[in-house]
Design a protein around this ligand. Sequence first.
Ligand SMILES: [Zn+2]
Length: 405
Amino acid sequence: MDSLIRELFTEICRIPLIDPHSHINPHRPASRSLDDILGYHYYTELAHSAGMDQHLLGGTGVSPVGAEVEPCERVRAILTHMDRFDNTTQYAWFLEIARTFLDFQGERVTAADTEALWDNAERVMSRPDWESEVLRRSNIEKVFLTNDFDDPLEGFDTNRYVPCLRTDDLVFHLDKPEVRLRLAKATGIEIGDAASLRRAIGKLFEHFTRRGAKACAISLPPDFIPRPSAESFWMLAEHCREFGLPFDLMIGVNRRVYKGGVYQGQDLFDQRTSLLQYAELFNTFPEVTFCISVLSSGQNQELVSYSWIFPNVVTNGHWWYSNIPAYIAVDLRARLQAVPKTKQIGYYSDMYKLEFGLPKFNMYRRLLSRILADDFVRPGILSETEAVELARCLLRDNVERIFRV
Ligand SMILES: [Zn+2]
């Protein structure tokens, strides 16, 4: 990093973040052990794809197969295989977590560090103020959640942890008796026809918005085409319009491609997806802001073009398989060159534990600093101060305005 990039990075890190998409459990937001960190699917899937036997992960939800394994032994198994993937960005996130939060001083984490890291994690994570400390050191003010439709949304601070209505079950699993039962319990309505489904969805939106929800969200398979009908997806868009909620669409995920994969390590993207499938939706609901995430960098040009001309389409973060520096760099550069700056939600963590906010946002902030330096400040398009203001627009102001937080 040269001095201009470093200066921009330092200033950008001062912008307090609102993280507009995560999978944080608000009742248990921070990690309680190193197992919570290394149980993240990126580590289990990288270790497994590099040759680790899944049985070493144990049958505890981290992996569906195998007998119970002690958490410390699971951590040791992943660390033992880490030298096979210590070239990856996900390893770099872990190294940054170890250095920032776990007193790690070395150059490279290996299996020999298992005990020390485990003990340090136990010590710091048992502090009563650990959650607040992680948020403070990461400069994260608010975190959006991913809530099941029947979440009571009670027992946590909805100002810090902002509810978001996740609707995959309502669109793709409504034929399952257990989902209908959950919906009936949550709303008091037994659905039978379109009218009762509409009433039930209305109840959910009332409950969520009363409890401070700021978005509705769904992930969608590549062959999905929204059509005007009496089906739930279209009703969700209608309710977003009625309740003034943005609709986050995470487009292009094919579930269970690698059937023998670890927990959450089975899904892949699909090049056949086109945003053209969503044209009728975008045209029909000009009042709804659609915050679009695409799963691969290959879909970015289409997203850039849609956001360029549709007022109600905005770019949202760098999702999953496109969330690595090589793809963020080209995708971000294209967005900055072509999409109105007020229509870009820069980044979200997608994290399951708070400790990942810092390395993930830092990865994005480093790339943003470099692109602002090379494309805007050095050519004389923006001053340094103006470049930091542009970063603030992406990381803070747009999130506040679009989601009304
Ligand atoms: Zn997510």
